[in-house]
Design a protein around this ligand. Structure first.
Ligand SMILES: [Zn+2]
Length: 156
């Protein structure tokens, strides 16, 4: 699970089909959604972080045409912009809620556990402290096992 540093603004890409009015776009997106990220985030925030994560947006990443070949990024966090982005491929009925919760918890943990600076320009984000706290998550072991057993479903 990679953590991204701040990204540059992307250039706008042209829409292949005519743009729908905003309301219809939102409705369309709701229909396609299996999990609602916001309440899941809020519950985790209260339960494990005492509501410490403030001003975060939690969004699905953009859809990709092809599954990746050998590397799958479940989620990312951009702390500067306060955006947690979850891979849209997790928005599927076969994904257990506790796995999605684990993915979110992992990204949220990055916002409270400091990185270690190894040398100028080199940081460790999954520090011992991070790993220790990650293992405290109740479904950690189950989630890691599920990840191992199901990774191929997310790859090409
Ligand atoms: Zn991570």
């Amino acid at each position: 699970m990679a953590r991204k540093t701040k990204r540059k603004k992307k250039t706008k890409r042209k829409l292949a089909r005519p743009q729908l009015p905003m309301q219809r776009q939102l409705n369309l997106r709701d229909e396609e959604t299996h999990f609602d990220l916001r309440p899941i985030f809020e519950r985790l925030n209260q339960r494990y972080f005492r509501g410490r994560l403030r001003g975060y947006r939690v969004v699905w990443g953009r859809r990709r045409k092809h599954r990746p070949r050998d590397h799958f990024v479940f989620g990312t966090i951009q702390e500067e912009d306060r955006v947690i982005r979850i891979n849209w491929a997790l928005n599927r009925p076969f994904v257990p809620l506790w796995f999605l919760q684990y993915v979110l918890y992992h990204e949220m943990l990055h916002s409270v556990v400091p990185d270690e600076v190894l040398s100028p320009g080199r940081r460790r984000v999954h520090t011992q402290e991070f790993n220790r706290r990650e293992r405290e998550f109740p479904s950690y072991r189950r989630a890691r096992r599920w990840e191992e057993e199901n990774l191929s479903r997310f790859l090409r």
